[in-house]
Structure formats: structure tokens, C-alpha cells
Write a protein that binds this ligand. Structure first.
Ligand SMILES: [Zn+2]
Length: 247
């Protein structure tokens, strides 16, 4: 026999099943990332048609069967309506959800990632800081939540905490001026960029999107996150193809 469970979470992805039904992937506080079958969700009369849209945040009542969840009821807190009116923002938000989906698992404690994703979508919607900065902050912090934090406080080779001027994705973080090997591929990292990464790694999630950076820092953050993501995640995200088109 199955049972009824209530979860709080966000719709990461949706897919159609046949003519009337949908499958929704939810990132939840209680059960990690789960997928649920939503019978009749494509019918206009369905009581939860609106809940089965990406980026919807709320409480979902599910029936837990032997191998699957069935969506029964939803109580929506936030639809991210403003975000859905801007195509560029939809691309960013879709990528954030796809990355979260890729890194999370069922029955894992993914509450930090859920909080981070929620705040990041709110930041996109508010438009007070540039989308690409939100993206780099999100990438750096979600990898930290996942257990792949960049080392940004001490040299990855000798542990020294000053004179940190290089970044090596292969070594997992920063290097001091003395520890770079001859011919070793590294990126240079300026003081302001280093402070920015330290802030991203150590601040409260609710305070993450409260700063802006210079163009120079933005360019360094882009190079560093791109190289770090390639080294440690190395997965072709479908939603990134759209982002490449716009930026
Ligand atoms: Zn060193």
C-alpha cells in the first residue's frame, strides 16, 4: 500500500506523457530530487495544471506508490511570473534548474541547493544585478553545496594564505606565486576576484545577491567558473546551448 506525503519544493522540469499527462521533476526539502506523475495535468480543467510548470514553488501532496510518486494536490506559494515574461531570464533559469537536477538525488538532503536555487531565481527576477554575475555566483556556490567547493582561502599546494595570484581548476583552486610549476596551465586571479569568490563561498545564501563587481572581475569570474565547471562537472547541458546564443 502506498501513502500520502507532503513535500515543499520547486518544479525543475516537466515533460509530457501521452496526450493528457505530465511528468514533473521536483527539488524538495524533504526528499531531495524526485519525479512525479501528474495525471491529467494537460487538461485545462486540471486543478494542478498551473502547478506543473517549471519554476513553480510550493507544497505538493503526492501519493507514494511502490516505485513512483503521483501528484494529487498542490498549494502554490510562488510562480515566478515576472521571470517567465523574459526569454533571456527563462534561459538562465532553465540552466539553473538543469544544473540543480544534474547534481541532486532522491532521498539526499538537498535543502541548501533548494534554498540557493530559489534565491537565484529571485535574483534573476529582481534584475538588480547582471544575469551573468548571478550565473557565476550560482555555479560557484552550488558546487560548494555539492561538495566541490573551490579552494579560495589558501594555496592548494603549500597552504599559504597570501600572495595568491593563480587559479588552477585541476588543483581545485588557488595557488601562490611560488607554487606554480613550470609551464603549468593556470589563470591569473586578481585580489578583488579572490575576495568575491571568498564572499560567494562564505556568505549566507540570502546575502549572496547583494553586490556588483567591475567588468574586470566579471571577466575573471567567467574564465574561472568556465574552466572549473569543465574540469569538475563536464556535462553538456541542453539549456546552455540557448545561453550561448545570447551571450
Ligand atoms: Zn603555495
Amino acid at each position: 500500500m502506498g501513502q500520502e506525503v507532503k513535500v515543499q519544493g520547486l518544479v525543475l522540469q516537466t515533460g509530457n506523457i501521452g496526450e493528457y499527462d505530465k511528468r514533473v521533476v521536483l527539488l524538495t526539502k524533504e526528499r531531495g530530487r524526485i519525479s512525479a506523475f501528474a495525471r491529467g495535468a494537460k487538461k485545462p480543467t486540471s486543478s494542478y495544471a498551473a502547478a506543473c510548470q517549471p519554476f513553480t514553488f510550493g507544497t505538493f501532496t503526492l501519493y507514494e506508490g511502490k516505485n513512483s510518486f503521483n501528484l494529487m494536490w498542490s498549494d502554490i506559494d510562488y510562480y515566478f511570473e515576472k521571470l517567465k515574461t523574459d526569454l533571456d531570464l527563462i534561459y538562465y533559469a532553465s540552466y539553473f534548474c538543469e544544473l540543480a537536477s544534474y547534481l541532486t538525488r532522491e532521498n539526499n538532503d538537498e535543502f541548501e541547493i533548494l534554498k540557493l536555487l530559489y534565491q537565484s531565481l529571485r535574483a534573476l527576477e529582481k534584475k538588480t544585478i547582471p544575469e551573468d554575475l548571478i550565473r557565476y555566483v550560482y555555479e560557484i556556490r552550488i558546487l560548494a553545496c555539492y561538495g566541490l567547493a573551490m579552494e579560495a582561502f589558501a594555496c592548494t599546494n603549500c597552504g599559504k594564505m597570501d600572495d595568491l595570484i593563480y587559479f588552477s581548476s585541476r588543483r581545485g583552486g588557488i595557488l601562490c606565486s611560488e607554487c606554480r610549476e613550470k609551464g603549468e596551465q593556470v589563470l591569473t586571479i586578481g585580489q578583488s576576484t579572490l575576495y568575491t569568490i571568498q564572499f560567494i563561498l562564505s556568505s549566507k545564501i540570502t546575502k549572496l545577491y547583494t553586490f556588483k563587481v567591475s567588468d574586470e572581475v566579471l571577466v575573471q569570474l567567467k574564465k574561472i567558473t568556465k574552466s572549473y565547471m569543465k574540469e569538475h562537472v563536464n556535462y553538456q547541458f541542453k539549456s546552455l546551448e540557448f545561453l550561448k546564443l545570447i551571450g
